[in-house]
Design a protein around this ligand. Sequence first.
Ligand SMILES: [Zn+2]
Ligand SMILES: [Zn+2]
Length: 561
Amino acid sequence: MKPVSNLSQVPFVDGELYFVPLGGSGEIGMNLNVYQCDGQFLLVDVGITFGDDSTPPGIDVICPDISALRSVREQIVGIVITHAHEDHVGALHYLWNQLKAPVYCTPFTASVARRKLGEAGLLDQVPLHQVLPGSHLQLGCFDLEWVTLTHSIPEPNALVIQTAGRCVFHTGDWKLDPHPLEGDHYDDRRLLALGESGVEFVIGDSTNATVEGWSGSEAECHKALLEVIAKQPNRVAVTCFSSNTARLASLGDVAHETGRRVTVLGRSLFNYLQTAKSTGYLKNFPELVPTEDLDYLPRSEQLILATGSQGEPRAAMARLAKGEHQDLLLEPGDTVVFSSKVIPGNEKKLDRLYDLLSQKKVHVVTEKEAPIHVSGHPCRDELRWMYRALRPKHVIPVHGEERHMAAHAELASELGIGSARVVNGDVLHLAASGATMMAKVATGRLGLSGSSLVPLNHRALTERRALADGGLMTLTVVLDKKARLATEPQIQFVGVPAGEMDPESLLSDLQYAVEELLSELNSRTLQSDDALRNELQREVGTLIRRWLGVKPKQLVNLIRL
Ligand SMILES: [Zn+2]
Ligand SMILES: [Zn+2]
């Protein structure tokens, strides 16, 4: 099916409900889901994803391309953010100017969103409405209910969306944690009641659909952290996801239980601690010791919380590992605990960090050595529990890569529930008989380059990759009115090693080759900028490839006097 560029080109029928994922289906990250009914659009989540080895150099943040919404912007009745993780709220301040619709979320998420919007100078412009967990709201033709679940951040919400006679349960991110430590328990009574009243569609989290069993509880994680930290004779530094308030609460308790004082390193930890406290969480979290006071404490009484659980080079943990942190030097006999999972793609970065720490004779504990991390997403037994409670007629797996969504669909069919597969851009009609794909809209990825959002396939970014892969050669040729060389050709290399060759003779050999070429070309080629540039690129490119075995990007400047 050929994608249309705009949602206004899709032949939506009034009185019917449609679902269009623009991000987060077929990938983990940058969730952005659209519901359409009676000419109105509801957005659920506006998230980012992070760059990896496959993205152009310098692109760390990626947003979904929402140009398909451009022509229907005025019909957007609201943007609901289910919870405060970056893959759900992280693109709000980058994309809001293209949406300009009111935003609805629960208080913790609102506090995180407010900080991001404030940093982007948008706080005064965005109508940000706080909704209490468990409440109802009518947005245009959409009747919405927030249902409390558990996850790895405060206030994870599912949304019940009712309109056009349909009832959709949009899970957001969730797990079933019987002891979440911080925040509310999942609302099992409401889930069972919804099953009684009739849920037709579940649109849900597939992240752990390939994993059997249960994801485990934050309480078990607390126990394991206590066991690990209690055994350490010296300083302990722990890194975890800064937004995991329950984990921070556990670490605060463990500090108390092991007679340690807590110091925090890294801005995002300070931000989330502040957000959590200001919204009523982390009530028993110990008072922090300023880093400059650490010297007064024996190492055995120190617990350091540091950002950078994924080996991010600028975060506190990477600096500690390299011995470059301005406030603290780890010493032999200290312990570093990674209370987090390794996000695929970060393995090499983290292995380097573990090696650096080992070189310093710092003991490293990861989730491989002890159960000090639990996932925030439902494993297969939790999915089974949810579907037995909700008894949906159809499941649409989202929030996963293909294999996760396939495993999710297969689990639904094991329970006798129908399923439909989607990827970003599919327009699904949600009817009583099931979901059918009726159109496709264009989607894509935009990389954040400085303050601009640029399509990842934009020429500037493909050029950037080519520069990073092969370096650059510039050739400047100045010609007089008769198209003869007015000066020596100027050649420069950036990021291209001369290898076995002497750099001086490489340049002079190339200069000579350019002079020879110009003397041999006919006047028609010499008079045409395009033809001359092509000839120069071909000749010089062939020689560089032959002599150095590389293909740098070439920039040929022609100057005619
Ligand atoms: Zn999440
Ligand atoms: Zn997520």
